[in-house]
Design a protein around this ligand. Structure first.
Ligand code: URA
Length: 197
């Protein structure tokens, strides 16, 4: 196991030991920590696991995940190059919105995951993860716009996107999300060029 894997396993163990969100833990099948490349430059952060994610213990494997996969492909990005996680790591009953106290309880563990992975870009999917990186902002105004954010001791670029589940059944949101997604490789390229300078 690499050092990063050990640190990520420790975060999982700490969530269990510290009994985070015991009510959610009782109804959930799995703690869904995240999946993908732990050396990724880009981390996608959703809301909370749904039914399929809870069953499989993996993020974004249901309908929203299939749509996310399609958008990644159409943007020329590879899911296996990304790391994908959620702010809340247990499925809320009946897929209700995560509560403020649930997001707050899980936030320190998300910060620790990002400290281990050290991405350059964080793509937030939906407002529940956006509001922690870009507080007091409206997704309808800032979606798709990369913003530099001070994060722990470093700086990351946050790209807020609509949530794929919200866009799945709403034609105009869907078109907007696809347009924003297609811009992602350009953003990645610009950041890489800035680094070379
Ligand atoms: N929606 C999310 O926000 N996360 C998942 O993992 C699945 C659906």
């Amino acid at each position: 196991m690499s050092n990063k894997q050990i640190l990520l396993e420790q975060i999982r163990a700490d969530i269990l030991t510290n009994n985070i969100c015991p009510d959610l833990a009782k109804t959930a099948t799995n703690l869904v920590m995240g999946d993908g490349n732990i050396d990724a430059d880009i981390v996608f952060i959703g809301e909370a696991p749904g039914k399929k994610e809870d069953e499989q213990g993996l993020p974004f494997v249901g309908a929203a995940g299939k749509f996310l996969d399609k958008m990644l492909v159409s943007a020329g990005l590879n899911r296996s190059d990304m790391y994908i996680t959620n702010i809340v790591k247990y499925r809320p009953p009946d897929n209700r919105d995560p509560l403020l106290e649930e997001k707050e309880a899980f936030w320190p563990y998300l910060v620790r995951q990002l400290d281990v992975i050290q991405p350059k870009i964080v793509v937030t999917l939906g407002r529940h993860s956006m509001e922690y990186f870009l507080p007091d902002q409206k997704i309808s105004v800032i979606h798709g716009q990369p913003t530099r954010v001070a994060f722990d001791a470093t700086e990351i670029v946050v790209v807020p996107l609509y949530h794929p589940a919200a866009a799945l059944y709403n034609g105009s949101l869907r078109a907007t999300l696809i347009d924003d997604f297609i811009q992602l490789p350009k953003i990645i390229e610009i950041l890489a060029k800035e680094k070379e300078k």
